[in-house]
Structure formats: structure tokens, C-alpha cells
Design a binder for this molecule. Structure first.
Ligand code: GLN
Ligand code: ZN
Length: 764
């Protein structure tokens, strides 16, 4: 029988039990023993689910209290000095939490470690902090305890650990001599490998046969020294001890297939969902007795797989390799929700198209049965049901919208061009009459408990439409009056009607569905519930025009219309897999173009299209960047080019590097871009300066993530730095991002100071 295995299971729990437990522990409402109990119960439940579905090896080590990279850093004893970790003691759970979030029930608070996105997912890991001569040792025992736990529960286990090279690559080494951080990090391998060896020996002593070592950096462009280091590392790790399954995912190995060729590992896992084309080359690179694990069930998306197509592809390989072929999901299932059974509100048809982590493992075992040509009635039936679900999805009228299709066919005839910026800005200035250093905000104002309650009551039917509208209008009025009072130039309505910048639009667009429990861990105890884009995206009616018009009716000053951009909506959703992402993005762009045009027709003179996820969408390999940037920029321009020259288009992007994508940012051709720069002390403006970015730009002058009130002088100083780099007449003054997580008193103080800073700049 074909062996199946799993690379990792979501740890959060179907009802987000882990989130609740750790948050209760942090708040002092649960003691550590009770927390440990709950963690154990979740692990046992998740192993059970996996074993039941027929996977031969259940992963251990995929569970983590906060993040699996942080868990590994603590196991290796890599704790930054500021946490006061004694060299000879185990790292405590509270130290782990302090590293993740700065504080814990015990121990002195300290600055949390940095957090950043895990490859191209929306999961965030805690960045390992490395110092020269870093000392490593086994400083936590939970991996070994959990192996024993799983064995005790009767499972055959396969511990999953981050590979030494991936872990080092992801780490940061500010303390190393400038410029050499990359090489210096690599030099730590020497000290690191003995500890890895020790881990493997301990696992072998526990009776572990296989260890999965994750090296997803093998799908990236790697410097030669790092490629070279794989040989050394794996020669050391494959000496004695358990067999090593080297796992790669999120893309193809590409030129790193060469690296594979000489590695003494006993198995290799590859992602055939993201990179199906690599199969032949990988198979050819492996020796006949090396296990080839095929990642064929999509661990990054929620659609049922086409098992017929897959089994047809796999069968010849199975014949050729025999037992040296395993099947698995493409990557850890961390990136999909736990269980479709928890979705009771989705209609039957739509539900039949979907597959969450639990269902994916059932699909996997069904696939193995198909490959083995098993003919039991249960299997024949299940395969038929799968086929039927796929057939209804392909043919569903809910997916295909004739009107959208017609527009898509004519999409090339729609203009993406506006007049040159110089001509536009002159007309806009005439229409808007703004002072130099105009002030504005990014969109949202504090979302008070009262606002959230009003929205909730209305959604649950406890508040009538009329009462809801009135409540929101009064909120908007308050926000408008406040902005007038402190003297902002371009106002916003405050976004009180939005719980989330993607969900709000998804709920008003055709082709979207929402789950009740489709939670996916984002970072620490935080989860997101991405919408599902299952069909052609259509906009049945205007989505924001009534709110924006109402806000504009209250004031003489311009009020900015506020939309989420097509790329960001795409990035933060589960996207249909039956057409290219670019096609879905263009449909979103069309819907937004209609909204932009409607806002203009309603008299809105300034319209902002937020694209905070624009950079996030960049593919992992540089060679794939340009095609992405081409369609992403095209979608933005498609959304925004239907307006007159005197309508001003803004965009907003959060903390990003712009150096390598500045050409694309300029090609978006927004009249004004606001960016998050205050934390970088305006350094992020380097790219704009060097490129001589031609349009208007608002570099954020204060960090909205902090409750501290920014000093007036500080903001003036930052703007002067900006003016030294870019023409002063192109500059706007605004915060870094939206204010929805802030309270009113600090917002009032900060924005008043910001307006005064702009006034100071104007008169000096
Ligand atoms: N307009 C949004 C807001 O102000 C932008 C949010 C974001 O950039 N993430 O909340
Ligand atoms: Zn932002």
C-alpha cells in the first residue's frame, strides 16, 4: 500500500481552543498546568484525526505555543541576552512567551523579538536573533516529551523540525559586522550541527524511524555558499540516527535540484501543487532507494483535489519506484482551516467543493487507494462522490457569470491611461485648493466598543437597518466634525461600517463566500478567517457610495472615498484555483473600477485605493517577479483609470521595502501614495529619492502601532528629512496607517500635533 504522511497539522484547534487557552494563561485566568493539559488534549485530538485518516506517520513538533520557529529557537537555547536566560537552565514557557510578545505572567518584560511573514504565506514567525559566537544547546524538552506522548497514544511518529540552514537563513544577525551578516550567519552552522546531531540521537533513542527536516529555503534563489553548506550539513545529519526526510515546499527546487543530487538524505519531499513541472527532474535526481514524497494535495488552499488526474500521474511513478514513493499534502496544513464539518451555514453545493485540513487527509488516503487500484465499494463510492463534486463545481452557474465574462473578453479595450501627472495635478489643485504640505489620514478612526457592538447587533438582526444607518451616520458626523475642528485638509469618513478591509468588500461582491470557523493562524494567538472567492467577481450595487456621499454632504472640505485594492483583496482571500490568479484579480479590478467611477459621479473628488498587500504578493523567486508586477500594476490602473483628470487617486501601502519594486510603484501612477515610514526614520524614502519618484507622496510621520503621542518637533524633523530628498511641493503629511486600533484621546492629541507640524512646515 502506498504510504501517506502529513507535514504538519493546524495547531490552533477547530474552535480556536489554543488561542483561548494561551490568552487565558496570559491574562492570569489559567495556570500553567491547565494550559499544558489543554495543549496536550489538542495534540492528542489532532494526532487521532490524522491517524484515523490513514496517514502512516503523524507529525510531532508541528504543535507550538506561539510559533514553531520560536519553539525551535528556544529548544536550541537561542535566547537574546535581554531576556536574562541563565546559560545552564532550561528555557521556561514564560521566556518563550516573552520572546514572542514581550511579556508573560512571570519574568521581566522585554522588547519582543521581531516577527515577519513566513515565505509567501500570511503566517508570521518569530525571527531568530543571532549573535557572533552564538552558543547552542538543547534547552527545552517539549519535542521529546511530545514524541513520547504520541507514541504512548499509539502512533507511529515523524518529528518535524526546521532545518539548520532554513533556521539560520530566517534569522537576523544585527550584531554581526555590517554587510557580512549573511556569511556570518552561515558560519554559525559549525556550532549548530552538533546540537542537531544530539537532537537526532535522542530521537533515535526514543525509537523514531523518520525525522522530517524542513528546508523550504531550497525553493528560493540561494547564494552559492548556502547551497554548498547543504552538503556539509546533511553529511553530518545523516550519519546515524533516524532516516531524514528533507522537506521542501512553496515552490520548485529549480537550480537547487543540483544541491539535492549529492545529499545523503533518505527521502525528499517536493511541492507538486506549486511546481508540478519539477517532478521529472526531481525523480531523476534521486537514487532508486531514496524516498520521493509527492506533495499533491494543496496545503495552501481549500479546494477539493482532482484525484483522477493525480492518480493517473502518480501510477507510473509508483510502478517505477515501488515503496520509495510516498504521498502527502504539498506543505504543512497550518495554512488551511481545521475542519469543514464545523461549517454548518454553508450551502451543501459550495461545501461539497471545499476541503479543510481534516478533509485533505481523507482525500490523501483516497488518492493512495486509487493509486493502489483498490476496488472496495467504499472507495469506488468516495471517488465517485469526489468526481461529482468537481463536476458540479466546473459546471455551476454560480461560478460563471455571463456578464462578467463578457466584460473580461473586452477588458483590453478599457483604458489604463490617464493624462500625464503634471496635467492632472494642476487640475486637481485647482479643484481642491489645498495648502502646501496638505494633511490627511489613512482612513479608519478609532473603532470603539460601541461601534463594534452596533455592527454586531445589526448583523444579528437585533438592530434595524434604519437604526444602524443612523448610528453609523452619527459616528461619521462626529469624525468629520473632529477633523474640521483640528484643521485636517482632506477628510475621511472613518470606516466605522467596516470590521475588516477585505471582508467588508467581499460581503458586498458576488463570487465570495464566508465561513463561520475557517480560522487560520496568522501569528501567536491571532487568527484570520479569509473569505473564499469561488466564482466570477461581480458588483451588484455600489458598496461605499452612500457612506462617502453622506460624509461629503456634511462638509465643504474634500472627503476621500476609501476602497481596498484588487491585489490586497486577492492576497487575503482563498482564491479559486480554476483560473489564473491574475484573471480573478482583473475581475476584482473591474468591480472596483465601477465603484471608483460611481464615487466620482457622486461628487467625491479624492479616492484612495489601499494596497497594503501589494508587495506581499511578490513570488518567492526573483525571476517570477516581473510577470506578477505586470498584472498587479495593470489591475491597479484598471481600477483607477476610469476617472477624470481632476479626480485625485490615492493609494496606501504599509511597511514595505520599495527599493526593488519602485518602478512598479511608479507605474501604478497614483496621484498620491501614502506609506509607512516613521519607524524607518524616513529611510524607506531612499528608493523614491533615487528613482526621482514623480508623483505626490505622504511619508507617514508617526507610528500608529504605538499609543505614544508623537512630538511636534519630531514630526517636523521627519518631514524636513523627507523634503531634503523629495520636492517639498510633492509632500503630504499623514500618519503611517489607519487609526482603528487606537483610542480617541491619543488620536486627538496625535493628529492635532500633526496638523500643527504641517502648519509649522508651511510657514518656515
Ligand atoms: N484604510 C485602511 C485603514 O485606515 C488601511 C488599512 C491598512 O493599510 N492596513 O484602516
Ligand atoms: Zn496601512
Amino acid at each position: 500500500m502506498t504510504i501517506t504522511h502529513n507535514l504538519g497539522f493546524p495547531r490552533i484547534g477547530v474552535q480556536r481552543e489554543l488561542k483561548r487557552a494561551v490568552e487565558a494563561y496570559w491574562a492570569g485566568n489559567l495556570d500553567q498546568a491547565a494550559l499544558e493539559e489543554q495543549g496536550k488534549a489538542l495534540r492528542v485530538r489532532h494526532w487521532q484525526i490524522q491517524a484515523q485518516s490513514g496517514v502512516r506517520y503523524v507529525p510531532v513538533g508541528d504543535f507550538a505555543w506561539y510559533d514553531h520557529i520560536l519553539a525551535w529557537s528556544t529548544l536550541l537555547g537561542a535566547v537574546p541576552a535581554r531576556f536574562g536566560q541563565p546559560e545552564d537552565e532550561p528555557v521556561s514557557l514564560d521566556t518563550l512567551f516573552r520572546m514572542g510578545r514581550g511579556r508573560a505572567p512571570t519574568g521581566t518584560p522585554a522588547a519582543a523579538c521581531e516577527m515577519t511573514k513566513w515565505f509567501d504565506t500570511n503566517y508570521h514567525y518569530i525571527v531568530p536573533e543571532l549573535v557572533p559566537k552564538q552558543h547552542f544547546r538543547i534547552a527545552r524538552s517539549d519535542l521529546f516529551d511530545q514524541v513520547a506522548e504520541a507514541q504512548h497514544a499509539g502512533h507511529e511518529v515523524k518529528p518535524v523540525i526546521p532545518g539548520p540552514l532554513t533556521w539560520l537563513w530566517l534569522g537576523k544577525g544585527d550584531a554581526f559586522a555590517q554587510g557580512a551578516a549573511d556569511e556570518a550567519k552561515l558560519s554559525l552552522l559549525e556550532q549548530l550541527l552538533p546540537v542537531y546531531q544530539e537532537v537526532l540521537h535522542r530521537l533515535a533513542a526514543q525509537g523514531v524511524e523518520w525525522v522530517q527536516i524542513d528546508e523550504p529555503i531550497l525553493v528560493l534563489d540561494l547564494p552559492e555558499a548556502w547551497r554548498e553548506a547543504f552538503r556539509k550539513a546533511y553529511a553530518a545529519l545523516c550519519q546515524r540516527g533516524p532516516a531524514v526526510m528533507l522537506a521542501t515546499y512553496f515552490g520548485g527546487l529549480g537550480d537547487n535540484i543540483d544541491v539535492l543530487k549529492d545529499l545523503p538524505v533518505q527521502g525528499v519531499h517536493v511541492d507538486l501543487v506549486r511546481a508540478p513541472e519539477q517532478l521529472d527532474a526531481v525523480a531523476a535526481a534521486l537514487k532508486p532507494d531514496q524516498i520521493l514524497s509527492l506533495g499533491v494535495i494543496d496545503g495552501r488552499n481549500i479546494w477539493r483535489a482532482d484525484l483522477d488526474v493525480l492518480s493517473e500521474r502518480i501510477e507510473p511513478l509508483r510502478k517505477a519506484r515501488g515503496d520509495a514513493l510516498w504521498l502527502a499534502p504539498s506543505c504543512s496544513l497550518l495554512h488551511v482551516p481545521v475542519d469543514l464539518e464545523a461549517e454548518t451555514a454553508l450551502d451543501q453545493e459550495l461545501r461539497s467543493w471545499l476541503s479543510f485540513a481534516t478533509q485533505k487527509l481523507d482525500e490523501l488516503s483516497l488518492l493512495a487507494a486509487a493509486v493502489d487500484q483498490r476496488r472496495e465499494p467504499g472507495i469506488i463510492e468516495a471517488l465517485a462522490a469526489q468526481r461529482e463534486a468537481l463536476r458540479t463545481r466546473r459546471n455551476s452557474t454560480r461560478i460563471h457569470n455571463a456578464a462578467v465574462q463578457r466584460r473580461m473578453q473586452a477588458i483590453d479595450t478599457l483604458s489604463r491611461e490617464r493624462s500625464p501627472f503634471a496635467a492632472r495635478i494642476a487640475l486637481q489643485q485647482k479643484r481642491l485648493g489645498l495648502p502646501s504640505y496638505p494633511t490627511t489620514t489613512i482612513g479608519s478612526f478609532p473603532q470603539t466598543a460601541e461601534i463594534r457592538k452596533t455592527r454586531r447587533d445589526w448583523k444579528q438582526g437585533a438592530l434595524s437597518d434604519a437604526a444602524y444607518e443612523k448610528a453609523m451616520q452619527s459616528e461619521i458626523e462626529q469624525v468629520i466634525r473632529f477633523q474640521e475642528k483640528i484643521g485636517l485638509d482632506v477628510l475621511v469618513h472613518g470606516e466605522p461600517e467596516r470590521n475588516d478591509m477585505v471582508e467588508y468588500f467581499g460581503e458586498l461582491l458576488g463570487g465570495f463566500a464566508f465561513t463561520q470557523n475557517g480560522w487560520v493562524q496568522s501569528y501567536g494567538s491571532r487568527c484570520v478567517k479569509p473569505p473564499v472567492i469561488f466564482g466570477d467577481v461581480a458588483r451588484p450595487a455600489p458598496m461605499t457610495v452612500a457612506w462617502s456621499s453622506y460624509a461629503q454632504s456634511l462638509t465643504e472640505r474634500p472627503v476621500k472615498g476609501m476602497l481596498t485594492g484588487p491585489v490586497t483583496i486577492l492576497q487575503w482571500s482563498f482564491v479559486r484555483d480554476d483560473q489564473p490568479r491574475s484573471a480573478t484579480c482583473r475581475q476584482l479590478a473591474l468591480a472596483l473600477r465601477d465603484e471608483v467611477n460611481d464615487l466620482e459621479a457622486a461628487g467625491i473628488a479624492v479616492i484612495q485605493i489601499d494596497e497594503p498587500a501589494f508587495r506581499e504578493g511578490l513570488p518567492l523567486r526573483k525571476s517570477d517577479w516581473q510577470p506578477y508586477l505586470d498584472w498587479a500594476v495593470d489591475c491597479f490602473r484598471l481600477s483607477t483609470s476610469g476617472v477624470r483628470d481632476d479626480t485625485q487617486i490615492h493609494t496606501h501601502m504599509c511597511y514595505s521595502e520599495f527599493n526593488d519594486i519602485i518602478k512598479a510603484i511608479a507605474a501604478m501612477d497614483a496621484d498620491v501614495i501614502t506609506i509607512e515610514t516613521s519607524r524607518s526614520n524616513m529611510e524607506l524614502l531612499d528608493a523614491f529619492e533615487q528613482f526621482r519618484y514623480p508623483n505626490d507622496i505622504g511619508p507617514g510621520v508617526y507610528d500608529i502601532h504605538s499609543p505614544n503621542i508623537p512630538a511636534l518637533d519630531w514630526m517636523v524633523g521627519l518631514m524636513k528629512k523627507a523634503a531634503a530628498r523629495l520636492p517639498a511641493e510633492r509632500l503630504w503629511v499623514n500618519p503611517d496607517c489607519g487609526l482603528k486600533t487606537r483610542g480617541w484621546p491619543e488620536t486627538e492629541a496625535a493628529l492635532s500635533a500633526m496638523v500643527k507640524a504641517a502648519q509649522t512646515l508651511r510657514y518656515t
